[in-house]
Write a protein that binds this ligand. Structure first.
Ligand SMILES: [Zn+2]
Length: 344
């Protein structure tokens, strides 16, 4: 091989290695960042957001007063804001006697919860699209204990939520109004067609472990951040999706829904979780997927059979949505209160 060509081949190989390493470091970002020191002291986080108290006892880190109560645990991704569980991308770590957390977690996971109006100021508040999970040949989860099909319960719940929202004067739509099959991309296309401002996909959970119970809300993880169920550094499909245009609002929506569901049902809090489910990846607006309980759990299946409990869930979803839309409205009015020019 002529020397010039050898040089080109070697440079190309070098570039490929650089690119590969580049991709890998991007995929592992949160874990690597924690190790590399791209972190901030939690005491600084407390003063930035105006928490008046910052208490640490062993691994329990609690910030409280003024914006709310933020509880984190050293070496754990599980955290709570105003008593609702959510997950960080990486656990707080102790360095030189001080607890620190990822700077990106402060921006992506804390800021939207603590200052929601900032996160939703560019979002709309007109059309709510409710998506009853599954349908047609796809029954979703079925209960071996009782004759429950997920597709039927989700359709009933979505209809009840839509009725409650319409009574509040909100334009509520459904992706399906009968027992028909609908693929996941079609649900996102429907959201684009009706110019939805928010999409909530309604589901029931099921697990082989019949002891599993509780309610969880799934939202999209920010690009390059692991999902809640992902193992530490595994981040295989972490790229940016259309749903990532609404990262901050996704969290505000997820938190509002989960807070309302817990308040109305008293169910176990499985938290606001991060998952790359298709319908929340492709959504053209803020989106969440709610799992309203486990039909594989005897106690929860019995409750879900009761019309009264299903009505409680519907009310909870409607109130969570109204709370989210009110936050958007407040953000818009705060914005319009700011003069469009500033005197020099
Ligand atoms: Zn489902």
């Amino acid at each position: 091989m002529p020397q010039a060509i050898q040089l080109i081949v070697r440079s190309a190989a070098g570039l490929a290695i650089v690119l590969l390493l580049g991709c890998r470091s991007a995929r592992d970002l949160p874990e690597r960042a924690a190790a590399a020191g791209d972190t901030v002291a939690i005491s600084k986080v407390a003063s930035r957001f105006g928490f008046e108290r910052f208490d640490v006892e062993d691994k329990q880190i609690v910030l409280r007063e003024k914006p709310g109560v933020l509880e984190m645990e050293g070496d754990s991704r599980r955290a709570m804001f105003n008593r609702v569980v959510f997950w960080l991308s990486a656990p707080p770590v102790r360095r030189w006697g001080r607890w620190r957390m990822l700077q990106s977690d402060v921006e992506e996971m804390l800021a939207p919860l603590i200052v929601p109006s900032e996160a939703v100021k560019s979002e709309g508040n007109r059309v709510v699209l409710l998506d009853p999970g599954h349908g047609g040949e796809d029954s979703g989860a079925t209960s071996g204990l009782y004759n429950i099909q997920e597709k039927q319960v989700t359709l009933e719940l979505a209809g009840a939520v839509a009725d409650l929202l319409r009574r509040e004067g909100i334009d509520a739509r459904l992706t399906r109004t009968d027992d028909r099959a609908m693929d996941l991309p079609a649900r996102c296309e429907h959201a684009a067609t009706v110019r939805a401002d928010v999409l909530v996909s309604i589901h029931l959970n099921s697990a082989t472990n019949t002891g599993s119970s509780g309610i969880e809300v799934h939202i999209l993880p920010p690009a390059w951040h692991p999902g809640t169920a992902d193992r530490k550094a595994s981040c295989g499909n972490c790229m940016r999706y259309p749903g990532n245009l609404h990262d901050g609002a996704n969290l505000v929506l997820g938190h509002a829904l989960q807070a309302s569901l817990l308040k109305h049902t008293g169910a176990e809090d499985r938290g606001v979780r991060r998952s790359r489910f298709h319908v929340i990846r492709c959504a053209p607006c803020p989106a969440a997927l709610v799992e309203c309980g486990f039909i594989s759990n005897l106690r929860e299946a019995q409750k879900l059979l009761t019309p009264g409990y299903r009505a409680q869930i519907a009310r909870a979803l409607a109130e969570g949505l109204v709370a989210y839309l009110d936050t958007v409205k407040r953000a818009h009015s705060e914005q319009s209160a700011v003069p469009p020019w500033r005197p020099k």
